[in-house]
Design a protein around this ligand. Structure first.
Ligand code: FES
Ligand SMILES: [Fe+2]
Length: 371
């Protein structure tokens, strides 16, 4: 009998995981000496670049009386709050000046901090590290450093092209992610003559294996019913084309296609903006078609179409979810979604107990579905 999870209520409180790097804004939109607003995990941020081009991220609320710092003045080094003129170093958030203090008032202003976040530029995006909630010391805590660098796209040669795409979805992070890893919606949502049609549905069998904090669809020859892969076959022997897809907490989906000396890599993230809103960012890098002028545009067009179809679907889904319907996850097409929820639960449990995370997958598994 197929494994069918009992209908369950939608989790209204889709937990957003802290202690990870998240993509905040596309790097090419952030200019020196300017301030930009962003929201990650319901945290308001002000993001910018100093006069040397180094990015920074601060909590968009002055530690004095909460004025949004993005309304302040920025000279490329310090940010001055628009209310009482307190100044903060944009990189570590440390207070530099309180204009109202008189010469004999000895307040130690270097103990005051605007909330500051570790920030890195990587593969077309400004990434921000969202630490676990710190003990309440608002206004007096220096920032928490990230334990590792922001995620990167794997590149296999020095020369490559890259592009990014983004779309906002009015659904929680969980629906955004399980929509991303869902193998069964392709023929219905992404129908197009150049991609695949409902008539091309056939049975698929894919091997999955556990990897740290996630799972991998093991290297395989891509689906025969997809046009981009047909294109790839112009470059390489069909049998030499392999694709590997990884999902890793909190929100990273990596796809790598290799065809001889050619490669295509993408890193897609679903970022929680608020509890009921997420954003999908796809960054792709490739060394294929580099010298054929219009192919990158074509590729971008195809991807943009896909992302828009997913966005539109989730927009419609959000209407249905408003009524808190019963939901179900079925075997095997929804198994990756179940792994996602199990991984998330295992991660939180490991954090709570301090005991090493127990991976929900016992070992390699083969899943079958039609798409
Ligand atoms: S609120 Fe920012 S200086 Fe007073
Ligand atoms: Fe999709």
């Amino acid at each position: 009998m197929p494994d069918l999870d009992l209908p369950q209520r939608q989790l209204t409180d889709a937990l957003m995981l802290t202690g990870f790097w998240y993509r905040a804004l596309p790097a090419d939109r952030i200019h020196r000496n300017h301030l930009y607003k962003a929201t990650l995990l319901e945290i308001p941020l002000v993001i910018g670049r100093d006069r040397l081009g180094q990015p920074f991220a601060l909590r968009d609320a002055c530690p004095h009386r909460g004025m949004p710092l993005n309304c302040g003045r920025f000279d490329g080094e310090n940010l001055e709050c628009g209310y009482h003129g307190w100044q903060f170093d944009v990189h570590d958030g440390q207070c530099q000046l309180i204009p109202s203090l008189t010469a004999d008032q000895k307040l130690k202003i270097d103990r005051i901090y605007a909330g500051s976040y570790a920030c890195e530029e990587q593969d077309s995006f400004i990434w921000v590290f969202i630490p676990d909630p710190a003990p309440p010391a608002a206004g007096f805590a220096p920032r928490i450093e990230a334990p590792d660098a922001a995620p990167q796209i794997e590149k296999f040669t020095g020369k490559y092209k890259s592009a990014y795409l983004q779309a906002e979805m009015p659904v929680s992070i969980d629906h955004g992610i399980i929509g991303l890893m869902d193998p069964a919606h392709g023929p219905f949502v992404h129908q197009a003559w150049w991609w695949r049609t409902q008539r091309s549905i056939h049975e698929k069998k894919k091997n999955f294996e556990p990897i740290p904090n996630g799972f991998r669809m093991s290297a395989h020859t891509p689906s025969s019913n997809s046009a981009p892969y047909k294109l790839l076959r112009l470059y390489a022997d069909a049998d030499s084309i392999t694709t590997t897809i990884d999902f890793v907490l909190p929100n990273l989906r990596t796809e790598t296609i290799r065809a001889g000396k050619y490669w295509f890599s993408s890193l897609t993230t679903v970022t929680p903006i608020t509890r009921s809103q997420c954003r999908i960012d796809v960054v792709a890098a490739w060394n294929l078609f580099r010298w054929v002028p219009f192919v990158p545009d074509l590729l971008k067009f195809v991807f943009a179409k896909f992302v828009e179809q997913d966005r539109r679907t989730m927009e419609l889904q959000a209407e249905g979810l408003q009524h808190n319907p019963h939901l179900m996850l079925i075997d095997d097409a929804d198994r990756p979604a179940k792994w996602y929820f199990q991984l998330k639960a295992a991660h939180l449990e490991a954090k709570r107990t301090g005991i090493e995370m127990k991976h929900p997958m016992p070992g390699p598994v083969t899943l079958k579905w039609r798409s």
